[in-house]
Design a binder for this molecule. Structure first.
Ligand code: AMP
Ligand code: GLY
Length: 427
């Protein structure tokens, strides 16, 4: 069966790499893909947002499964378009993707289902939001999180240390259009404290196959300092999420959310990502995403023992069975190599060397994120997050050492990385 992966990041390379290992995988196509995907399949110059061209491609090439990586095409209805053309697709409808594309929708769904979450309020009117913040200050609240309700490429949540800062952010979003349409509706939330974990579950809308729990490093700097990024690293399985905690999360969070979507006539088919915080008052939902996490997926899929194509196809065709998925009893650590200046302004086009050496090291897999081929065929940097280096091994110490040994082999001007990915769980 031919498979099409939509997207071009490290997550999509990891998906394509694992799908390709299936004995059932015929051609692996990627749109638009990246040089890493080009090594395991065929990349086509079609953007992830070009639904017309993607549907046409999937029909002409008689693709047996489309796997959509990023949230924006899902929120724009790509899965609906493919499904109406009769093509099996792993990824939710636009209606089900609202669990990510509207934070206000997600919070209200959680309220209806009694899913544990921070206190919050939703505003479209600047004056009302300001009065609410003044009320919070009067109650002694100092710190809140202000979020653009719509999709903002991971940059729409601002943790505010003071109410004055929250007032400014709220004004920028609601009155000054700082986040465009995404910020025309704002969610103001109680600021929770505690460690975070990412739970990714594969589902056909009803049956749930949990992936190993993962931990993501969002901040640019070591010890979680500096601005948020698209992700500086990850590890799996996160020891913080014991079997008991995972079971509780499935019962109190994941299944009720899926039930709400199914009961609304919009069952969620795809990967539901629950971003959780383990607070002193128990598990609470920070956010839901409607797709695989990046870079959690790179660590998690490195430990998947069973057939990813079978799993995603079963979900797409509504015949998922809970028992057919196996994970290697190992650890995985994923380190992102990023461009100097990221997440701010950075230069691209830097030649990358040392990849051949790095990828033959034991227990190492390298996923491309922001790379491209220059006209002479040389591999050069093409984005903020350039490469994801994954080490696997019998312990976190081993997985970490392998990832960093490979990361140190790779060279490009301005290469930047965090040295502490996995450190907190290193035995
Ligand atoms: P989000 O875009 O909703 O994932 O938020 C991005 C990051 O902001 C999360 O990973 C958290 O670290 C932080 N965050 C979001 N919401 C809250 C909250 N209610 N309390 C504390 N931190 C939060
Ligand atoms: N790693 C966070 C995300 O994928 O949204």
């Amino acid at each position: 069966m031919d498979v099409l992966v939509v997207g071009s990041g490290g997550r999509e390379h990891a998906l394509g790499w694992k799908l390709r290992q299936s004995p059932r995988c015929g051609r692996l196509l990627a749109a638009p893909g990246n040089p890493g995907l080009a090594a395991v399949g065929t990349c086509l110059p079609i953007g992830a947002d070009d639904a017309d061209a993607l549907v046409q491609l999937a029909m002409e090439e008689r693709v047996g499964l489309v796997v959509v990586g990023p949230e924006a095409p899902l929120a724009a209805g790509l899965a609906d378009r493919l499904r109406s053309a009769g093509i099996p697709v792993f990824g939710p409808s636009a209606a089900a993707a609202r669990i990510e594309s509207s934070k206000a929708f997600a919070r209200d769904l959680m309220t209806r289902m009694g899913i544990p979450q921070p206190e919050y309020a939703v505003f479209t009117h600047g004056g009302e939001a300001q009065s609410y913040l003044v009320g919070l200050a009067a109650r002694g609240v100092t710190s809140v999180v202000v979020k653009a309700s719509g999709l903002a490429a991971g940059k729409g949540a601002v943790v505010c240390e003071t109410i004055a800062a929250a007032q400014q952010v709220t004004r920028a979003m609601l009155d000054e259009g700082a986040f465009g349409d995404a910020g025309r509706e704002v969610v103001i939330e109680e600021r929770l404290v505690g460690p975070e974990a990412s739970l990714l579950v594969v589902t056909d809308g009803y049956v749930v196959v949990p992936c190993l729990p993962a931990q993501d490093y969002k901040r640019i700097g070591e010890e979680d300092t500096g601005p948020n990024t698209g992700g500086m690293g990850s590890y799996a399985p996160a020891p913080l999420v014991s079997g008991e905690v995972y079971a509780e999360a499935l019962t109190t969070i994941v299944r009720p959310a899926l039930r709400a979507l199914a009961e609304a006539g919009t069952p969620f088919v795809g990967c539901l990502y629950a971003g959780l915080m383990l607070t002193a008052a128990g598990l609470k939902v920070i956010e839901f995403n409607c797709r695989f996490g990046d870079p959690e997926t790179q660590a998690v899929l490195s430990l998947l023992d069973s057939d990813l194509l079978e799993l995603l196809l079963a979900a797409a065709e509504g015949r998922l069975a809970a028992s057919d998925t196996h994970w290697r009893p190992e650890k995985a650590v994923c380190v992102a190599l990023v461009s100097a200046g990221y997440p701010g302004r950075y230069d691209t086009g830097m030649p990358i060397t040392g990849l051949e050496e790095a990828q033959v090291l034991p227990g190492v897999t390298i996923f491309h994120a922001g790379t491209r081929r220059a006209s002479d065929g040389a591999l050069v940097t093409a984005g903020g997050r350039v490469l994801n280096v994954v080490g696997t091994g019998s312990s976190f110490a081993c997985a970490m050492d392998r990832a960093y040994a490979a990361a140190d082999c790779i060279r490009f001007a301005g290469k930047t990385l965090r040295r502490d990915i996995g450190l907190r769980v290193r035995e």
